[in-house]
Design a binder for this molecule. Structure first.
Ligand SMILES: Cc1cc2nc3c(=O)[nH]c(=O)nc-3n(C[C@H](O)[C@H](O)[C@H](O)COP(=O)(O)OP(=O)(O)OC[C@H]3O[C@@H](n4cnc5c(N)ncnc54)[C@H](O)[C@@H]3O)c2cc1C
Length: 298
């Protein structure tokens, strides 16, 4: 498929073949994308999707902070949304395009004196990935303040969906099949900028105390089973510090897997399998990966 897809996409942005996904994920591992596409802007993205065969596998990419791409790579088109990064505030409303860094949106909220999305300052992803994952922390989550989302569907049409249509829950969002989030609109509560800034400062401090932020990782590997902490289960199963290849379960936070230079996705995957199997055997609990595992026929 590559040659014709590359020619189809070239007028609309930057196109590369066999692009290593290790360059585009915070874990720093992952095999090649058959085609990597970075549109010039939103209009070009829409034109490109209209020009593509709707049956081709596509993977929208934010910051890659919740992605494990297997070593075999992704046999399709990775669409990097970074160029769609406009952010604006009007009254209590915040409008952010998919590729806007969450931390930038948090800064805009501080300046506008708006509260409700402070946690965004502590999550390294983009708004589109945050919506797709219903990202959250410190008792806040995207869906609390989200009002509507503009999606690009595989037939090239754009549609605004209200939050109620997305079935959002804990790290869950049911986007229409193959939809790409283009933009999200949030409604927040007015607050003193100094207060919002102070909440962010405290959240950041808590993060660096408890998480291995100095090593490549993808945040929490597993969702927390109801009423429990995945980290505690993994720790009690005796796996803290366990290494496979160049990846290991963090000593600082057992629900984090960290990598060293030379790590492979298969090292990370083996640790995920080991943690699931050990926790299942010890406690009868099935840990569910929060990290999205893609590629290699996964
Ligand atoms: C140090 C660290 C701390 C973290 N802390 C948290 C935390 O506290 N809370 C939390 O919830 N997460 C946390 N994460 C995980 C991650 O940051 C979030 O899941 C984030 O929302 C992912 O955003 P992203 O842009 O990186 O998405 P990606 O990793 O690029 O993509 C994640 C998924 O979303 C899809 N996607 C991405 N963009 C779009 C789009 N525009 N339209 C449709 N689908 C899309 C992708 O195809 C993929 O399936 C952390 C990660 C790290 C590395």
């Amino acid at each position: 498929m590559s040659a014709s897809v590359v020619e189809t996409l070239r007028p609309f942005g930057e196109v590369r073949e066999h692009e290593p996904m290790s360059r585009h994920t915070t874990l720093g591992v992952g095999g090649p994308a058959r085609v990597y596409f970075r549109p010039h802007d939103r209009v070009m993205l829409i034109r490109a999707v209209r020009a593509l065969d709707a049956g081709l596998p596509c993977l929208p990419l934010g910051r890659g902070s919740n992605l494990l791409v297997l070593d075999e790579g992704f046999d399709g088109i990775v669409i990097d949304l970074a160029p769609l990064n406009h952010v604006s505030c009007k009254g209590r409303l915040v409008m952010a395009e998919a590729g806007a860094r969450m931390s930038r949106v948090a800064s805009a909220c501080v300046q506008a004196g708006l509260s409700g999305l402070e946690f965004l300052a502590t999550v390294p992803g983009d708004i589109g990935g945050g919506v797709a994952m219903n990202a959250g922390a410190f008792g806040q989550q995207m869906s609390d303040c989200l009002r509507e989302v503009c999606c690009l569907l595989r037939d090239g049409s754009e549609t605004w969906l209200p939050v109620d249509a997305l079935g959002m829950g804990y790290r869950r969002c049911h986007l229409p099949e193959g939809a790409i989030v283009l933009e999200a609109r949030f409604e927040l509560e007015p607050a003193q900028p100094a207060l919002v800034r102070d909440r962010i400062r405290r959240m950041r401090a808590r993060r660096s105390e408890t998480q291995p932020l100095d090593q490549p990782n993808c945040g929490s590997v597993f969702t927390n089973p109801e009423g429990m902490h995945a980290a505690r289960l993994i720790e009690e199963a005796g796996l803290k510090g366990k290494a496979i290849g160049k990846a290991h379960i963090s000593e600082k936070h057992a629900n984090f897997i960290v990598t060293e230079p030379g790590a492979k996705a298969s090292d990370v995957l083996a640790l995920i399998r080991l943690a699931r199997q050990t926790v299942r055997e010890r406690f009868g609990i099935d840990l569910v990966p929060e990290v999205r595992i893609v590629g290699g026929g996964s």
